[in-house]
Ligand binder design. Structure first.
Ligand SMILES: *[C@@H]1O[C@H](CO)[C@@H](O)[C@H](O)[C@H]1NC(C)=O
Ligand SMILES: *[C@@H]1O[C@H](CO)[C@@H](O)[C@H](O)[C@H]1NC(C)=O
Ligand SMILES: *[C@@H]1O[C@H](CO)[C@@H](O)[C@H](O)[C@H]1NC(C)=O
Ligand SMILES: *[C@@H]1O[C@H](CO)[C@@H](O)[C@H](O)[C@H]1NC(C)=O
Ligand SMILES: [Cu+2]
Length: 394
């Protein structure tokens, strides 16, 4: 009798503790509207004509286009297929010659080395979005070509887990996640970036990731600019060998403030960021001087730790790919609000925050992923249904 009175309350209590994804309806609705505009501009040939003015071919057929999906909507088998392919890349030998990058031991490390090597010419630059599109697509293609993966790159819709990333399907530590939080290890503030982004309060992690599919994996390439302030995380020699565990300090403090769906919606719907790609990409990447993270930095520092919180080495934490999937999706939504008009939108220079001062980036400039993929001009990366690309997001 008494038990049955309490039973509903117990159920309620445990339900209240369980992870519940937050709604991302606001931005998902924008994504649907963008897909409709993209489809129309392909159907009437206006996108093809616009791209042709600069010699870019648009032949992708939307009837058999690849569809990139949100990670939490994949079936367990699909999640495992993705993760197993990533682990397959980690188990294959590097193609980078060891005299160039002593730390590159695996095929996965080829990607990490490429990102480290170019960090200062691919962030807060005119090629930030296109470079990372090419890079994450090359990763997806390599999973398919070299590891038999049949799916496409999944993305992490940040807003769903903004309040509770640690218990989310991305980070809950189950075999279907992208790995759990690090175990607790004493650490100080994470100094994300010089200036206003300093001192992310220490969270519940800080130590090695010991749960989920990547438990026990080794980061090989030396830390470059580690932000996790723990006694034993220090920079090694550039591109050198510094085997160590993957540490995380997942930060609800960051995500709950800076990567909500409200932030995404604001970026994509507020007229302030509709004025041109400069306003859009600057707000996406954040304004470090005033301590505004932006969705890009917020995703990285929600993961945090080492190498995830290292500006240079971040692709060494496998969550990088899902984060950059969503960065690319966010750009894709923005582009396809006006597919023809925005096709060749570009702003920024060739050096990080224009330091040292450099030329403005143009769509004729080349992106070269070294051992990962050959050189290809930016203009071929501006549409996900042109150049080498043929994919959309749902
Ligand atoms: C680091 O190198 C070892 C081989 O020395 C490899 O087993 C491991 O998967 C590599 N780590 C990554 C993240 O690729
Ligand atoms: C690093 O960049 C330099 C200059 O662009 C290039 O010559 C070198 O091959 C790159 N190394 C790697 C490992 O990508
Ligand atoms: C945290 O900072 C204090 C004060 O600077 C320092 O003494 C301590 O060693 C640091 N702890 C870690 C784990 O780095
Ligand atoms: C670079 O772009 C900025 C912003 O659009 C513009 O004001 C400037 O004149 C450009 N510089 C050159 C050398 O074209
Ligand atoms: Cu990057």
């Amino acid at each position: 009798m008494q038990l049955s009175i309490w039973a509903p309350l117990i159920t309620l209590t445990s339900a209240a503790c369980a992870y519940v994804p937050e709604s991302t309806l606001a931005t998902d609705t924008l994504a649907i509207a963008s897909l409709a505009k993209l489809t129309a501009s392909v159907a009437d040939g206006s996108l093809k004509n616009q791209l042709k003015t600069k010699g870019v071919s648009q032949t992708c057929d939307l009837r058999n286009v690849a569809v990139r999906r949100e990670y939490s909507t994949l079936s367990n088998n699909e999640k495992l297929a993705y993760t197993n392919a990533v682990k397959c890349l980690m188990s294959k030998p590097a193609k980078t010659p060891s005299d160039q990058v002593p730390g590159a031991k695996s095929r996965y490390d080829d990607f990490v080395a490429t990102h480290i090597n170019q960090t200062l010419i691919i962030h807060a630059t005119g090629n930030f979005l296109s470079w990372h599109r090419y890079f994450s697509w090359a990763f997806e293609q390599t999973l398919r070509d070299e590891c038999g993966y049949k799916g496409y790159l999944p993305y992490w819709n940040w807003g769903k887990s903004a309040k509770d990333p640690i218990n989310s399907p991305y980070f809950d530590g189950s075999i279907y996640s992208q790995g759990g939080n690090g175990v607790f290890a004493q650490h100080n503030c994470t100094n994300a970036m010089p200036s206003g982004l300093n001192c992310i309060p220490p969270g519940q992690g800080g130590g090695c990731v010991k749960t989920g599919p990547y438990a026990g994996i080794t980061a090989n390439i030396s830390a470059t600019a580690p932000s996790l302030a723990a006694a034993d995380v220090t920079a090694g020699s550039f591109l050198g060998y510094q085997p160590r565990c993957i540490r995380r300090d997942i930060s609800p403090w960051v995500s709950s403030q800076w990567s909500t769906d409200k932030e995404s919606f604001n970026l994509l719907a507020n007229p302030l960021y509709q004025t041109g790609i400069k306003a859009f990409q600057d707000h996406l990447q954040g304004d470090f001087d005033i301590g505004y993270f932006g969705l890009h930095s917020a995703g990285h520092y929600t993961i945090g730790g080492d190498p995830g919180g290292d500006f240079f080495n971040s692709p060494n934490d496998p969550m990088f790919w899902l984060h950059h999937g969503q960065i690319d999706r966010t750009w894709w939504i923005w582009q396809n609000q006006k597919p023809v008009e925005r096709a060749f939108a570009i702003a920024g220079t060739n050096t990080v925050f224009n330091t040292p001062p450099s030329a403005n980036t143009t769509v004729e400039d080349t992106i070269d992923l070294g051992i990962v993929r050959g050189p290809l001009a930016i203009k071929h990366h501006v549409s996900t249904v042109a150049g080498p690309y043929c994919y959309i997001y749902v």
